[in-house]
Design a protein around this ligand. Structure first.
Ligand SMILES: [Zn+2]
Length: 284
């Protein structure tokens, strides 16, 4: 992606330099309780792994000059991608006579406090519907490259666009409706709805990539492959196999690798929001 020198979004809270040590001692237990309540209500969105880590368990250390430089470059990249999503979604909302409310992106290091409770770098990037913000620890970039085998700048762009997709589900009421249904459903059924939400966020990321290409023409050859590879690499089946050595379909919350690839591709190829009804097979 030819991102260098492009507009960086100003809707960014840079909390990378903040030590969370003080908050952790006072708010630890309450933080975890809030977090659990929020998770229970299904109001929490964490990608791609849902494993919480308790506050105060990570050691913060100073970055070296080289690490800091790399981190700052990633920060610039993330700000550019966020700005690109703003351009596309502002346009698409305006075409429907609506105004897009741009989300805020919080960059953090190691751990962060959100309206959805505490999160650590281990949770991966997530969207918190409670405060309408995206949260990202830039080390996830490295993790995608090293552990998930999903390298490339556009792999990261896809992840950000996916979280923005959850913001759109929040704005258009889909998230609220689905949460209501989930609360009246069995656990397996509720999980299926979560998967459909995730796949729709992938679809919306694909729609963004479609317009990004059409309006800006700044994608490099291989960018879409990077996104598809990332979608494939962070499907729940892959993640579960990696962590447990077996696949447990009922516990899926993001969709299989094939499903994620399918929906991102559909969004990218059609650019048609009306084709993103991932809930169809559930009879809704
Ligand atoms: Zn998601």
């Amino acid at each position: 992606m030819q991102w260098f020198g492009r507009r960086e979004s100003s809707n960014v809270e840079d909390r990378r330099g903040l030590s969370t040590g003080g908050m952790v001692t006072g708010g630890g237990v309450i933080g975890v309780i809030i977090y659990l309540i929020y998770s229970f209500l299904g109001g929490r969105e964490v990608d791609p792994s849902q494993i919480p880590s308790l506050p105060g368990t990570t050691n913060q250390r100073e970055l070296t000059e080289t690490e800091k430089k790399a981190d700052d470059e990633r920060a610039s990249f993330v700000k550019v991608v966020l700005a690109e999503t703003e351009d596309v979604w502002n346009k698409l909302f305006a075409e429907q006579g609506q105004q897009y409310q741009e989300p805020t992106l919080v960059m953090f290091r190691d751990q962060v406090e959100s309206a959805c409770g505490y999160a650590s770098a281990a949770s991966g990037p997530f969207y918190c519907p409670g405060d309408g913000k995206l949260y990202i620890d830039l080390s996830f970039y490295q993790e995608m490259q090293d552990k998930l085998n999903a390298p490339g700048d556009f792999a990261m762009a896809y992840v950000i666009a996916h979280e923005v997709g959850h913001h759109i589900q929040n704005l258009n009421g889909t998230a609220r409706k689905v949460n209501q249904i989930r609360q009246q459903s069995s656990e397996a059924e509720a999980n299926r709805y979560s998967v459909m939400m995730e796949l729709q966020a992938d679809f919306l990321a694909g729609v963004w990539a479609h317009y990004e290409q059409k309006m800006k023409n700044i994608l490099d050859k291989g960018d879409i492959e990077e996104a598809l590879n990332a979608a494939n690499a962070i499907g729940d089946d892959r993640l579960q196999e990696q962590s447990t050595g077996r696949v447990v379909p009922d516990a899926f919350t993001h969709g299989t690798s094939a499903q994620r690839v399918y929906w991102f591709k559909k969004g990218f190829e059609t650019g048609d929001i009306s084709q993103g009804n991932t809930f169809k097979e559930l009879g809704r």
